[in-house]
Design a protein around this ligand. Structure first.
Ligand SMILES: [Zn+2]
Length: 817
């Protein structure tokens, strides 16, 4: 369903400020009529607000308008232009009533509707985030015009309806909800459908979990873990924040085709439902889910009780939720090893973002409008911001850190605040003046490069030349002496700091006390080939890989040396997540730049691991995945489809990994893939089927993918993503060549068929990844120079081009012999 949201301009900060100065919103009353077999739904909204008097507008993105009334007079629907309805407000009380028909969406925004292929049932969830709320109900769509909401919903008889406040079915198909606390528009939600719901209670808070009926088994299996950790996290947040969770029930809904990991809607958090696991997963996947649960809970305070005034302070939300979600998970849940897993999962995301031309300060990202701000929900706002908060915490101590947070929540309860307010609260709580820290870490973009100059006996700190800053660093370095690792405290306060490890290999800041691009030297790399397999300290091992990865992206570590290290360590790598999270990087970055035969060597190492490690172990599962993704032998893959190694089951995940690899090698046909989908027609199968078909090295396979990009075939977000990721494969150049030019020619118009999150995703996943030639950079730059290019497309294309530039630089530094 395409609605007018595609052409609507995004709210600018100055517009938000003047509307905030003009209005106080008193209440929203929203009446939605949902049905399972229509493309649209009814939406009647009554907004009561006070005004200082004068012109403004309300945001509204309907399919059509039935009737408008403003202060007891009809309003002409023709006034609605590009998602904005002008209002000439009276001084004092005003009432606007909008009776409209809205469109369900399939891109994960607005009111998203999904049809479960497993049973044909329809599911709906709301994602108002950023600027999608007006495609569900009329509103003043900005974070700092909060108001209480009262929802009334009619829905099919077999549906359950959940919202931000407790609700009940007052008669069959009619749901009434309590009035909420004051909410920002971007976290107003509704989850409706024949969901399977589980109930529990903790410390007086009703807890709920829900998922599609076809995932009921998966939900039941993990419910105890989820309820338990939710309770543990509530206890810890209550202890730390001293303020109780104020939004009534706490419902965690696993919903289909959700773009992000989760969304922190007060009282009704939505999660991507691949977080329920139909197949076996590693501990790392569970850690990621656990930290996501805790992250969204942290948002109930940072984000929902106190909300950033504008999107330029979105880091206040995300950095806090990232830091405290991770910390609380590690401190009070069964996942006490969360930090190690996060080292593998998150650190490079942040560092890569921070090294791009598109880098921005953590604080004050300069987001001019809501849609541009979406691009800043990146590794900087999450991971770098969390790293800096960890430094703030180490500097001022827990007592002042949490006392300041409590002061902040108390002063701005159910309101909005800025970074300045938070730092004032910290100073109020006894912290020293943090302005020097703020200027160098929060307001200055880019990471310092920190490298050991062994001959000069110094650690050298180099800020990015385009963003000079004088940042102090405090961390420990790990030195290997006689096979033993010793931690040494290091403080860098200038460009060079004396440091003499002799001939000892050195890992810089393995405990992640600071933030930088740490580059291992040649002596360290050579020593690590023997040392890494013996390291028992998992945090140190994660630190080794982060040093190696940083050095590699910096063009200072030979891809061949990475392969040596990987081959040496894979067969004994005992941090399951190590293998799991290194492999995507190895496949995307290392192997395309490493000497011929490297993939075979990694494959052989994975096979060796497969036979060495215990049947049924998680490590075996990781080794098997690595072996599949590097396998060039179709008969071996076929053999596994016939009979899996002992200890591994052919579950839906592994079946499709094998089929996708066979497709990539050109060793299967469309008919076999269609049959596999028909055999097990789940939502996950449908996505993997798309990935597999797009991975075929045939004109038909690539055309199948492309039709999804250009919009001639309209598919939900997950299938679009899988099509792009399947399309560009090494060795498929003969059939993908024509799409290079088509990508650059058609990309500027992609905003006519995709929007928001999906537009950014499509820009990235359809970028010609395997066409790694310098002229592609020129082609990308030409598109980026187009006037009026959509900002989301521009940002994502710039980031893809930066990846390509980096890959070409690594190749130039280490030419293949
Ligand atoms: Zn978040």
């Amino acid at each position: 369903m395409r609605t007018s949201h595609l052409s609507a301009p995004s709210l600018r900060q100055a517009e938000a400020e003047s509307r905030h100065d003009l209005l106080d919103v008193t209440s929203y009353d929203v009446r939605l009529e949902l049905a399972s077999d229509t493309e649209t739904f009814g939406s009647v909204t009554e907004i009561r607000f006070e005004s200082r008097g004068g012109p403004t507008f309300v945001d509204l993105k309907p399919v059509r308008v039935n009737q408008l009334r403003f202060n007891d007079a009809p309003l002409d629907a023709d006034l609605l232009r590009e998602g904005r309805l002008p209002l000439d407000t009276l001084p004092g009380s005003n009432v606007l009533r909008v009776d409209a028909v809205m469109g369900f969406r399939n891109d994960g925004e607005g009111l998203h509707r999904s049809v479960d292929p497993a049973d044909g049932r329809h599911y709906v969830y709301g994602m108002s985030f950023m600027d999608a709320a007006p495609s569900v109900f009329a509103c003043f769509d900005q974070p700092d015009l909060k108001a209480p909401y009262t929802f009334h919903v009619t829905a099919p008889l077999d549906w359950t309806v959940v919202g931000n406040a407790p609700g009940e079915q007052v008669e069959p198909g009619t749901w009434e909800f309590a009035t909420t606390q004051p909410l920002s528009t971007y976290f107003v939600t509704l989850v409706a459908g024949p969901y399977h719901v589980l109930r529990d209670e903790h410390d007086g808070i009703p807890l709920r979990l829900s998922a599609r009926a076809s995932l009921a088994g998966e939900l039941e299996r993990d419910a105890e873990e989820l309820f338990t950790m939710t309770g543990q996290c509530f206890d810890e947040f209550h202890r730390r924040f001293g303020i109780r969770y104020p939004f009534g029930d706490y419902h965690q809904a696993f919903v289909p085709e959700f773009n992000a990991g989760a969304m922190e809607n007060p009282g009704c958090v939505t999660f991507r439902d691949p977080y329920l696991f139909p197949s076996r997963v590693t501990r790392g996947a569970r850690v990621l889910r656990a930290t996501t649960v805790a992250h969204e809970m942290a948002h109930q305070w940072f984000g929902n009780i106190v909300t950033p005034k504008w999107w330029d302070d979105l880091w206040l939300n995300e950095s806090f939720a990232e830091y405290l979600g991770n910390r609380v998970t590690a401190d009070v849940t069964e996942y006490d090893d969360a930090w190690v897993h996060l080292s593998y999962q998150r650190r490079q995301w942040g560092l890569t973002s921070d090294q791009r031309p598109s880098t921005h300060p953590v604080a004050g990202n300069g987001a001019a409008d809501a849609r541009a701000a979406l691009n800043d929900f990146d590794g900087i706002s999450y991971v770098k911001g969390a790293s800096i908060l960890r430094q703030v915490n180490a500097t001022i101590g827990d007592e002042a850190f949490f006392a300041g947070a409590i002061d902040h929540f108390t002063r701005h309860r159910f309101g909005n605040a800025t970074m300045h307010d938070l730092f004032a609260s910290w100073e109020h709580a006894g912290a020293d003046d943090l302005s020097a820290f703020t200027d160098t870490w929060l307001r200055a973009p880019g990471p310092d490069v920190i490298e050991l100059d062994r001959d000069a006996r110094v650690l050298r700190r180099t800020p990015p030349p385009e963003h000079p800053a004088d940042r102090p660093h405090r961390f420990t370095a790990a030195q290997a002496e006689g096979g033993q690792w010793r931690r040494v405290d290091v403080t860098l306060t200038g460009p060079e700091t004396a440091y003499d490890p002799g001939t000892a290999p050195v890992v810089i800041d393995p405990d992640e006390h600071s933030w930088g691009v740490y580059v291992p030297d040649g002596t360290t790399l050579a020593g690590l080939v023997d040392l890494l397999p013996e390291i028992k300290d998992e945090s140190l091992r994660a630190g080794v890989w982060n040093n190696v990865r940083s050095g590699f992206h910096h063009g200072a570590v030979d891809p061949a040396a990475v392969v040596e290290l990987l081959v040496a360590s894979l067969p004994i790598e005992d941090t399951q997540d190590g293998a799991r999270h290194l492999m995507p990087w190895v496949l995307a970055w290392v192997l395309p730049t490493a000497p011929a035969g490297s993939a075979d060597r990694v494959h052989a190492a994975a096979l060796a691991k497969l036979t060495e490690c215990g049947a049924g172990s998680e490590l075996q599962l990781s080794a098997f995945r690595a072996a599949v993704h590097t396998c060039g032998d179709a008969s071996m893959l076929r053999g596994w489809l016939e009979r899996m190694p002992d200890g591994l089951d052919l579950d839906v995940d592994l079946r499709w990994r094998l089929l996708v690899r066979l497709a990539t090698l050109g060793a299967t046909e469309r008919a076999e893939l269609d049959a596999a989908l028909a055999d097990e027609p789940t939502a996950q199968s449908r996505v993997e089927h798309t990935r597999a078909v797009a991975s075929l090295p045939t004109p038909e396979g690539k055309a199948f993918a492309w039709e999804r990009f250009d919009g001639s075939v309209d598919v939900p977000n997950y299938e679009l993503d899988a099509a792009g990721r399947g399309m560009w494969r090494g060795g498929h150049e003969a059939v993908t060549e024509e799409y290079i030019e088509r990508y650059f020619a058609e990309l500027p118009r992609a905003g006519e068929v995709h929007s928001g999150w999906v537009l950014g995703d499509a820009t990235e996943v359809f970028f010609p990844l395997t066409a790694d030639r310098p002229e592609i950079l020129d082609r990308a730059r030409a598109v980026m120079a187009l006037p009026d290019l959509d900002r989301t497309i521009h940002r994502r294309l710039a980031d893809c081009a930066d990846d390509l530039r980096r890959k070409l630089a690594i190749r130039a530094a280490f030419p293949l012999r």
